[in-house]
Design a protein around this ligand. Structure first.
Ligand SMILES: Cc1ncc(COP(=O)(O)O)c(C=O)c1O
Length: 268
């Protein structure tokens, strides 16, 4: 009976097919589908208006950021940036940093992360950023802090690693890695895609600067979020229109609650 109830919560399980692609993504929950539909039926309008649909849209939009803020134990909804995938959010982040880092600055990637948290950083080599590789111990399949210490210098800006490996299954001691990176003045970007379906994320306990994961691994839609420390986000230029300067909107091209005011300002 209990299993019947659980199965009934997943539309994808209601067919005579057995969908075994769970390593790639989870099935979406029925209440999630219903909430998304509900939004498109009743509040699919611009944010920032004074008419009821727009106010409802804004309320829902803000609630989503607040709920996600609580989920990962962040301090402020502006620290939650939404995007279409983890790969694209990391790319957005790397692109932002590429505009403020200088040639000769360094980043460290691992040889055991998903491409999402490697490729976007590696491409910054084209801009003169030095990319170093933190290799796992091939005997233990662990990332060792002694190895990281050898790679860190006073030019290291970012250490990108995963909380849980999607290939090897190991969990990394994120808080310890972050403390070591911070002791050298570097930030950390933690891929939590394979971690989020199994463990609660606490960005404060980790003291992580950036944490990224995808909702399609946690019974949601093909969509993703990135947590970023507010004081760092404030220093980044953003990707949205030049007049959108506040987080999360400056990193989330799309609907923006200031548009109505901007339009009035522009046309008056
Ligand atoms: C550990 C890990 N990181 C990142 C990704 C990429 O996520 P997205 O498809 O949202 O870019 C995956 C996808 O399977 C993954 O397993």
């Amino acid at each position: 009976m209990r299993f019947d109830y659980i199965r009934s919560q997943f539309p994808g399980l209601g067919t005579d097919w057995v969908l075994l692609d769970n390593a790639g993504g989870s099935q979406i929950l029925k209440p999630v589908v219903e909430r998304i539909n509900e939004h498109f039926y009743s509040s699919n309008v611009q944010l920032g208006g004074t008419y009821p649909h727009s106010m409802l849209a804004e309320e829902r939009h803000e609630k989503a950021h607040l709920d996600l803020m609580r989920w990962v134990n962040a301090d402020d909804p502006s620290e939650i940036i939404l995007g279409s995938s983890t790969s694209l959010l990391v790319r957005t982040l790397a692109g932002n940093f590429s505009r403020i880092w200088k040639p000769g600055d360094e980043i460290i990637v691992t040889n055991c992360d998903h491409e999402a948290n490697i490729g976007a950083w590696r491409e910054l080599a084209d801009r003169g950023i030095v990319v170093k590789e933190w290799k796992i111990n091939p005997e233990t399949f662990e990332l060792e802090q002694e190895e990281l210490k050898k790679l860190l210098t006073n030019r290291t800006k970012m250490v990108a690693f995963t909380a849980a490996s999607n290939v090897l299954g190991m969990l990394n001691p994120v808080a310890e890695f972050a403390a070591l990176a911070h002791s050298a003045g570097a930030m950390v970007c933690v891929d939590s895609v394979a971690y989020a379906p199994h463990r609660l994320i606490d960005v404060k306990e980790w003291d992580a600067d950036f944490v990224v994961f995808s909702f399609y691994k946690t019974y949601g839609p093909h969509y993703a979020m990135m947590y970023g420390k507010r004081e760092i986000l404030d220093q980044l230029p953003g990707n949205n229109h030049f007049f959108i300067e506040e987080s999360p909107y400056k990193f989330q091209p799309g609907n923006y609650k200031g548009y109505v005011q901007v339009r009035l300002f522009t046309y008056c």
